[in-house]
Design a protein around this ligand. Structure first.
Ligand SMILES: [Zn+2]
Ligand SMILES: [Zn+2]
Length: 416
């Protein structure tokens, strides 16, 4: 058994709002930089993307696809939007099954030839029936976000999937939630949680900003399936994800001007923003509190630890006082640190501050503060990401305690 870091949810350049750099070569390069071993292809039902994937990757006998220059493994994936605007993440056993699934869904979709994330005129229950014919793994994507998720539409998974709810393979938590949120809902205890980036560009603060660490007997589709089902051959050993407050839908907020509201206030205002007239959208935190049937999260025995992180390049940019996360200077420090300590996660949770200081003192200081929990997060909402705020800034704005981050080392986390 060895471990693989895997990010199953991303999009190609053929999905709306994505970078033209989302092509196989750049994704593979981004995955290597980030330390990911397995990534989803994304958008695999899109005909031109599928052709590109076939040309750029070599299919092995285990159903995975290998990028020859880097050795990064890809697994066919796609996100599908159903009739009720609910997004489902799908992992497919092979490119041939993707071909067949395309044929199945083409009559039900107005945009499958054009859009990487196709819409289909099917309910969640009808969709899952078709997907299971093709041996796919499937689960709700970013389960709690206010625009396009299962819980914006329904109060339970069975309302969405009907009798097929037992065939749901996983629940993708989304950037604004973690397992301490989701495990307050006992219906979700049976499911394996996925943490995925939903990246629209290959930069290290996007690709792999959330991922799962899998222990697999061999890198194969069957072992990935075993991991989701907690059967012999594979296991999810760690969820790694953003501090939920960094997600862009964490708090209830106006979709236009981003002003945040308490849930009761939003209800009283009838979900109309008094500032700008925009629509107020329910935050993930408030949605989870509505759905929660448990006072405290109760993690089932199979639930792996959850490591909360902030993207290293965001931390570096903040420390250097640079507003662009993709700036050359930020990238130079990021690369120097990752070269020295192994991976981004190693830098974030293990690297000794004195040694980080040899690369950059300001970064070492902020990293130390992050680990000690004296870095606050200004929570995101209404489509705007949360932000790291240093101690003083946080106090000036009266940052609440629950926005704080307490970082533990990877060993602490793995020991529980
Ligand atoms: Zn989505
Ligand atoms: Zn507003």
């Amino acid at each position: 058994m060895r471990t693989y870091d895997a990010d199953f949810h991303l999009h190609s350049k053929y999905s709306g709002g994505t970078s033209p750099k989302m092509v196989v070569k750049e994704i593979a390069r981004g995955a290597v930089r980030k330390g990911l071993d397995i990534v989803g292809t994304g958008d695999i039902l899109h005909p031109r993307w599928r052709k590109h994937v076939r040309r750029e990757l070599e299919e092995d006998e285990h159903g995975l696809l290998r990028e020859p220059r880097t050795g990064v493994l890809f697994v066919p994936t796609v996100e599908i939007e159903d009739r009720n605007r609910v997004h489902h993440l799908v992992i497919l056993p092979s490119l041939d099954e993707a071909e067949d699934l395309y044929e199945d869904l083409e009559p039900h979709s107005p945009d499958i030839t054009e859009e990487g994330r196709p819409r289909v005129d099917l309910s969640g229950a009808e969709l899952i029936d078709l997907l299971k014919e093709r041996e796919c793994l499937v689960g709700p994507a970013h389960a709690f976000v206010p625009w396009t998720s299962v819980f914006k539409e329904y109060d339970s998974l069975s309302e969405c999937y009907g009798d097929a709810v037992d065939r749901v393979d996983f629940v993708e938590l989304g950037l604004s939630a973690d397992s301490s949120y989701a495990d307050r809902i006992s219906e979700l205890h049976d499911y394996t949680f996925l943490t995925c980036s939903d990246a629209h560009s290959p930069y290290p603060h996007r690709l792999g900003r959330e991922f799962v660490r899998l222990e697999l007997e061999e890198p194969s589709y069957d072992a990935i399936k075993a991991a989701m089902h907690r059967k012999p051959g594979g296991r999810v050993v760690l969820n790694v994800g953003l501090v939920p407050e960094l997600g862009k839908y964490n708090r209830t907020a106006c979709a236009r001007c981003k002003r945040q509201f308490e849930l009761e206030e939003a209800e009283r205002l009838n979900w109309r923003c008094p500032e700008c007239g925009g629509q107020i959208k329910k935050g993930v935190r408030d949605r989870v509190l509505e759905l929660a049937d448990l006072e405290e999260p109760e993690h089932p025995d199979h639930r792996p630890p959850y490591l909360r992180i902030v993207p290293l390049s965001e931390l570096i940019a903040k420390a250097l006082g640079i507003s662009t996360v993709t700036a050359k200077k930020v990238n130079a420090v990021w690369s120097a640190l990752v070269r020295r300590f192994g991976s981004e996660i190693d830098v974030l949770v293990e690297a000794p501050p004195e040694e980080v200081a040899e690369v950059d003192e300001r970064v070492a200081e902020l990293l130390k503060a992050f680990r000690e929990g004296s870095v606050s997060i200004r929570p995101g909402g209404g489509g705007r990401y949360g932000e790291i705020v240093t101690g003083e800034e946080g106090e000036e704005e009266g940052e609440s305690e629950d926005g704080r981050v307490v970082q533990r080392t990877l060993d602490d986390v793995l020991r529980g």
